[in-house]
Design a protein around this ligand. Sequence first.
Ligand code: SF4
Ligand code: SF4
Length: 496
Amino acid sequence: MNAAQRQFVSGRDALRLPLIGSLLRGRYGRLLLQIPLTALALLLVIDGFTGPQSAARNLATVAPWVHYRGLVVLALLLAGNLFCMGCPFTLPRSLAKRLSSRGRRFPQRLRNKWLAIGSLFALFFAYEYLDLWASPLLTAWLIVAYFIASFVLEALFSESAFCKYICPLGSFNMVYSTLSPTRVSVRSHDICATCVGKECINGSYAAQPVIRIDEIAIDGGGPPQTVPVAHGPTGALGCGTELFAPQVQSNMDCTMCLDCVRACPHDNAGLFLRAPGSELSRPDSLPRRWDMSLLFIALAFMGVSNAFGMVPPYYALQEWLALNLGINSEFVVLLLIFGAFNLALPALTSGGAAYAGRKLGGAGMRASLRDTAAAFAPSFVPIGFGIWFAHYSFHFLVGPGLVVPVIQEFLGGTGDWSAWSFSLDASVIGLLQVAALIGGFLWSLRLAQKTALRLYRRKTTLGMLPWALLHLLLMLAAWQIFTLPMEMRGALSLFG
Ligand code: SF4
Ligand code: SF4
C-alpha cells in the first residue's frame, strides 16, 4: 500500500498488531484457534459418551454449560466474536465447501432470522426439558449433531447457511458482537471501487488453477498497476455469509473468520477498532425486518427466562399451571411457559410499544409498525447483554477452576477438587451483576432516546417512554431473579 492509499485508513487495524495480527491474517490463522477447539470438542464428545454421567465430573457438561458461556460473553465484550472465529463446527464446514461443487443458494424464503429464532427457542427449551446441563451423554449428542448439520448444510448450499440462518450459538454471538470493539472494514474504498475480482466476497479459490490480472488505477491517474492474482487450491474462500467488506455496516452476520482479509489481493481489508455498539445507534445499519427485530428483542427476554428457569418461583409456576390448568405433561407446561416468555411476550410487548410510541411521539401512522419496531429493536442489545453477562459470569466466577479436576479425572488421575474449588467473593460477583444490569439498562435507554429524537423530535421523551418501560421491566425482572437462590448447575452434585 502506498502513501496515498494509507490516508484512507479509517481506524486502527487489530490485525496490524505484532505477532498476533500476522498470525491471524496468515493462511492458517483461523486454524490456530480451530484446531485446539476442535480437539476440545472431540474430548467433550469422548467424555460425554464414555465418562462418568455426573454433570460436575464430566467435561461434556462442565466445559460448555459453565465455562464456555462465561468466556464467550467476556470475549464479545473485550475483543469480538472470537468463538465463531475459532468455531470447531466450521472446520468440517470448510472441508465441505472445498469438496462441494458450490451448490445452489439457500431457499429464498428461509434467508432471514426466523430459523435462528426457532433454533434459539429450541435450544433453550431442550436445555430445560432434557436437563442438558445435567446430561453429558445428551450434550455429546448435541455436539455431534452440530458437526453433522454444519457439514451437510455447507455441502448442499453455496453460502454458509448454517452460520447465517440457523446456528443458535452463532446467532447469539452475532447479535451481541454488535457491542464488540472491533469490526471488519476496508482501508480505502477507492481501492475497492477499482478492484476487479472482489475476492473478499468471491474468494480467490477456484477448483482449477487460473491466473488473472487485476488492473487498478492508483492515485487517481497514471498508468494502472497490474496485480497478478493467483487463483488455485491455495487461495482463500470468500465471505461465507456473503458480506461485502467495503459495505459491512455491522457485526451482524460476521463470523470473524477473516476469510475476506486473506482473500483480498490488495491487502485492503482488516479488523478495525471502533466504538462498541456504533451500529446500534446508526439508522439503516441493520435491516428493517420483523425477523431481525424479534431476534434482538426476544434474546433479551430469553435472558430473563433462562435465568428464571433456575430459581424456585419457576418450579412454583410450573406446579401452579399443572394444578390450575390440569396439564400434567411437563413438555406442554414448559412449552406454554417458554412460548409465552420467549416468543409471545417479546412480540406483543414490542408491537404494543411501537404502537404506543408512535401515538405518544406524534408520528401517527406515518412510520409503519415494522419500521418503528426495527428502529428501537437494537436498543434491546445492551440490556439483553447485561442480563446474559450477569447470569453467565455468575456461574463462571463461582467455580472458574472446577474444569481442572474434571480434566485430571478424564486423564485417569485423581481430581484435586479442594485446590480448584476457589470462588470469587459473593459480594464482588453481586456487584458485577448489578453493574452489568444497570450499565446495560442505561446504555439501552440512551439508544432508545437517540432513536426517539430522530423519529419524534420535540416529543422524544413521550415517544421513547414505552420502550424505556420495557427496558426497565426487563432489568428489574432480571435483578429480582438474581437475588434469589440459583441452582448451581454443573457443580450441583459437589456443592449442592
Ligand atoms: S476488500 Fe479487497 S477484494 Fe474486496 S473489494 Fe476491496 S479491494 Fe477488492
Ligand atoms: S466479513 Fe465475511 S469473510 Fe470477513 S470476517 Fe466477516 S464473515 Fe468472515
